[in-house]
Ligand binder design. Structure first.
Ligand code: NAP
Length: 303
């Protein structure tokens, strides 16, 4: 039996593993994709203290290595079910069943979808949720980015360097990205910002060839020819597994405070998966440290 099982190898999960191992506890991290979580797609990190201009990928790999050097085990397997009813917690994964004295849930959150016609059918054929992964396929072409937050501005900045033209489409006329990011994008000659606009349909034959855009201010619609739509409209929690097991908030995030405690003893929540005001690298790292420390205290008192 492990001391701590950590679900998710993003910033929160790997930080929890670092703190857990350094507290003398054995930690196993389960990750269904790749280490790093959402930040792995960021071309450049500029808002993590002491780190400027490091790519999300390099940061993720450094974090992954650090956790492993400290002795954490990372298993690439999907957590399919959990049993938190006993003192010993059980996790059922695609690699088998495992037990631990404490659990830290750090499974992050998933990309939100627009829900418009054509979004699902053209995914991978011009609809993407990651500019750094797929942008190069559209070098020299016209593309659109949807969203008004940090991610949308990052994606637009990145695509403006490799694409001929980028439309940034936002449903309101106020952005919720950092001013530096907004100012930089607004200066780009090949970026056209379309506010108060929503995509009604993504069209094409075998691949995306246009979008139908509706102006929310005046109700007019227009068809814009382009080759790709990069959707960056935020996150949704993926906590179905914990529904009925842990208390979730109205949006599906785990109902946990800064102490990372959940309503189940021995189970902790860290990072984007839990109810919180600010979802950033620095807050995910902070949660990882808090959750591992709380788990260590719990184990010392109860085992
Ligand atoms: P976000 O900050 O939640 O912004 C989502 C944007 O998408 C908002 O502008 C929102 O519009 C829009 N939107 C939401 N649902 C929509 C829909 N159905 N149709 C059209 N537009 C929709 O999401 P994010 O930019 O992905 O960022 C998520 C979190 O990660 C944030 O906390 C962000 O700060 C963080 N992040 C950090 C970094 C970094 O540290 N370098 C990089 C990327 C992201 P409204 O404004 O109208 O609601």
């Amino acid at each position: 039996m492990k001391d701590i099982i950590i679900i998710g190898a993003g910033t929160a999960g790997l930080t929890a593993a670092i703190y857990g191992q350094r507290a003398g506890l054995s930690c196993t991290v389960f990750e269904k994709y790749a280490p790093g979580g959402q930040i792995v797609n960021s071309p450049s990190i500029e808002n993590y203290p002491g780190m400027f201009g490091v790519s999300g990928y390099d940061y993720s790999m450094a974090l992954f290595e650090q956790a492993q050097k400290l002795g954490a085990e990372v298993q690439f397997a999907e957590v399919q079910n959990v049993d938190f009813s006993g003192k010993v917690k059980k996790v059922i994964t695609s690699a088998g069943d495992f037990e631990a004295k404490a659990i830290i849930i750090a499974n992050g959150a998933a990309r939100r979808k627009i829900g418009c016609k054509g979004e699902d059918s053209f995914e991978g054929r011009g609809v993407s949720y990651c500019a750094t992964c797929d942008g190069a396929f559209f070098r020299g072409k016209t593309v659109a980015v949807v969203g008004g937050g940090e991610s949308a501005f990052e994606e637009t900045e990145y695509l403006s360097e490799i694409c001929d033209k980028v439309y940034l489409i936002h449903r309101r006329d106020v952005f919720n990205a950092a001013k530096t990011a907004v100012d930089s994008v607004l200066k780009k000659k090949n970026v056209t910002v379309l506010t108060n606009s929503v995509i009604e349909e993504i069209k094409g034959e075998n691949a995306v060839s246009s979008i139908v855009l509706k102006n929310r201010a005046n109700g007019s619609t227009a068809e814009i020819p382009l080759f790709a739509v990069f959707i960056a409209i935020g996150l949704v929690p993926e906590n179905k597994l914990f529904s009925g097991v842990l208390k979730l908030d109205d949006y599906g995030y785990i109902d946990s405070g800064e102490d990372c405690l959940t309503d189940c003893k021995g189970v902790f929540a860290a990072g984007d998966t839990r109810k919180k005001q600010l979802r950033q690298l620095v807050t995910a790292a902070s949660d990882g440290a808090a959750a591992a420390t709380a788990a260590a205290n719990y184990i010392r008192k109860n085992f």
